[in-house]
Each structure stands twice: as C-alpha cells, then as structure tokens.
Write a protein that binds this ligand. Sequence first.
Ligand code: TNX
Length: 510
Amino acid sequence: MDRRDRYALPVIVPRPRSLTVCSGHFELTRQSSLYAPPATAALVRELLSPATGLPLPEAGGPGPDTLAFRLDDDCGLGPEGYRLTVTETGVDVVAATEVGLGWAVQTLRQLLPAEVYASDPQLGVAWRLPCVEIADEPRYRWRGALLDVARWCHPLPFLYRFVDLLAVHKLNTLHLHLTDDQGWRFEVHRYPLLTEVGGWRNESSAGHVSQGRFDHTRHGGFYTQDQLRDLVGYAARRGVRIMPEIDVPGHTQAAIAAYPRLGNEPSRRLPVRPEWGISTHVLNVEDATVSFVRDVLDELVDVFPFEYVHVGGDEVPGDEWRASEAAQRRAAELGLPNVAGLLGWWTRQLADHLRGYGRRVAVWDELLEHRPPHDATIFAWRGEQRVEAARSGGFDVVAVPYTHTYLDWAESDDADEPLAINGVLPLPKVYGYRPGDVLGVQGQLWSEYLPRTELVEWRAFPRLGAIAEVGWSEPGEYAEFERRATAHQERLDVLGVRYRPVKPTSAVDF
Ligand code: TNX
C-alpha cells in the first residue's frame, strides 16, 4: 500500500480552520509558472525548487498552470490568514499580507509529497497537489519557541535550521535566550569582555546537577551582531520574528565574571558558572550598572528589529541585596518595603529606555509582585495560576506554564529517556493545553540537558508540533492529532530531524 493512501485527508500540521478536499489534482511541472509579489516568489522558489528542480518562471498574471499568490486586504482572514484553492488547472492563494502568503506556501508544501522537503532534486516524483479549498488563520497571534543558547552555545547553522522548522509549523516567534549564569552569547562592541570572558566556562555539569560531577571540558562561543542580523533577515523572510532575551538582574553570573563592577562585591572574581541551577550572584543596584545594561540594549535593538525585547527578571535570589547596604539604601529611597522590590525598579528603568526606541518589554512572571511596567508582556511560567494572575492583572500574557510547555522536561519516565531536568511532559498533555484568553503560547527548550542539537530536536519534536497546533488551531481530539503527527514524521524524516517518534518502538541511543 502506498504510504499516502492511508490518509484520506491531506495531513496539515497545524490543522487549518477549514479544509475541503475536492476530486482531482493539479500537477506541478516544468511548464508551471509563478505569479506572486517578489518576496513571496523568492520564498516559493527557495522552498519548492531545490527538491522539485522546477524553475517556476514568472507569470504575467493568474492563469492556467500557474501558482498565483495575491494580496487582498479584504480577504477577511486576519493578518496571518490565507485562502488556498487548488483546482485541476492551478493554484490560487489570497491573503492580506505577505506573512499570510508565506503560511500558504508552508501549507502548499504539506500538500505535496514529503520529498519536497529534501534539499536536493528528487527524481521520479510526481509533484501532485490534491484539489482543495482551505481557509485558514491562527487562533493566537504569538506562537513561539524559546531556544536557550546560553547554557550550550548551539552552532549558528542550527539556528537557521531551527527557524526553518518553526516556519514549517507556522510558529511565528523565536525567543532567543542569549545570556545566563553559564554564558553570554551576544557580541557587544562597547563591552567586549562580555563574550571574550563571559562566553566561556571552564567546565560544565556532567550528569544530573544533583550528582555534583563536572566534564572538565571548556565550552563556549558567541554570535556576532552581523551573524545575528543575517539570521533575523532569514527568519523574517519566513514569517518568523526573533525576540532576544538579555536576562537581568539575576542569571547574570557570566556578565559579572566579565565585569566584576556589575556585581555586589566588585573586588571578587567570579568564574562563569559551570554548574546548572541558579546563581546567587546578581547585578548590583548602582546607576552605572543600569547604564551598562542600557548600553547593551542600545546595541541589541540595532540587531533585532522586533517590537519586543525580553529583559528576564526570573529567579532573582535576594541574598546579595539583603546583605548590601547600597541595595538597602536604594530600596529605602524608593520607598520599597524590602530589597526584593528592586527587581521592579530594575525592569521599569529598562522598559522606559526601550520605550524610547518604540519597543516593549517582555518579562518573566516574577515581576507580577513588583509593579511591572504597565506595557510589559508577562511570560507566565510557574503554572497555570500564574497565567491567570497575569491576565487578571490586565497584562498581555504569553502562556508558558512549565506544566504544559517545558519541552526540556522528559517526554516519559521510561528508563531509556535521555537525561533531563526534573519533570515529565508527555505529548498528549502538551496537546491538551488550553491557554485561554492570552496573546499566545510558546514551547521552552532550556538547554542545561541539551548539549547537542540532536537532543534539542528529540525534545522539540513532536511536542513543538503540538504547541504549534495549540497556538494555531481550534482545540481538537488528541487521537486525530496523533494520526497526523505520525504521518507528519515522514516530512521530518526527509528533513533529517532527530525527532522522538510519536510511538517509540525501540530503545533510544544517545
Ligand atoms: C527555570 S523558566 C528557568 C530557567 C531554567 C529552567 C529549566 C525560567 C524563567 N527560568 O533558567 O533553564 O527553569 O527548566
């Protein structure tokens, strides 16, 4: 039996709002031409031509044997929606924006044989599209994935691949966690030691952090601003925005190792933190330190044009501020009941600064108790009740509860699962997540236990596909999603993704 005969309906992930299959098909051949706005035309050729080998020459307008992509403000499907019609004579797509046209291109690829995902010409494949009518638009505006490149500096080519994989699943945001206790990955011209010193640690935790073992291997790296600018452009052409995160005032030991004056005991030399877990070393509350971070943000906004900048704010231990006279004085001057409130003071100053660039801050939900900037978007991670708390506080919320979206958690408690942080998050639980009335949803790939990119892929897929569907589609039956997710593996195979099978049959070997 031909593999494709097993599925009566085309397998689209995430599931479109409406899909009608009609009889017949349209076959793309060397005679087929392309009519589209320039950026869309470039994307279609970039995504279809390598595998099909088809030139898709430009057509003067819609017509027979043509892939036509048209912009129409009145198509009634929102800024990311599209209508895609395949008839026996050709393909017609309408959308209000080029982003919408771009998502239609991704759907078009999923209507074609899985070989379309190959990076070199596939001979002997009939590039047939079933006749369909699809009207589609996302349920949530923010559909993302956090990739932690601070704990392990994943190679730049992987970031490109990851962006491609987000776009395949119509995820529109890459949250790049660029700094942490264990490493600083963003080049800052004004403060070169951030990467020269802060980008490298002498060793890393080996095994689970609770075992207290180390690998005795130096690790590090960083991305230059030019590299990141190129990545941003590449992602934008695929409809993916990149939100950078500079995590302050906690999770900053790497920065303090580079510039001890940022810390609470400037005469002390700290290493970039080798082990996982939360450092008690946090930024001090000097005006000069706030200025330093503003300078970093000045360079950051020049690289990342996206409206949102994440400034962290999670897990800020109070030990050093409680022991610091300067911090206590600062808290008293500000009329704060205790030094913990300095977290809000830190963040409000950064938000003010970023507002000058027309930017908005995103912060972790710890800020909720410390008067967050009024225009902050809250990333609610400590459970569903934090999503609710942020929402009832009147904030925009991206729902990232660890109970449903932490993809660094193991997918099962089977003995052969690769080592993970505590917690188990199976695929059905991710799929069953209902974020409620929020800006959107996002999967988190914290990388303490993901030192290699194959492991990132193993933890990301298929669960990131479930996140994509939670973010894009109306809630559905898990069994139906599971069928599609299983068929979708054929595409991930062609892409060479090291995914965890929906139903693993053999032991894992990492
Ligand atoms: C908590 S989520 C963190 C991260 C860790 C993660 C591991 C958040 C805002 N902070 O620093 O990597 O748990 O699951």
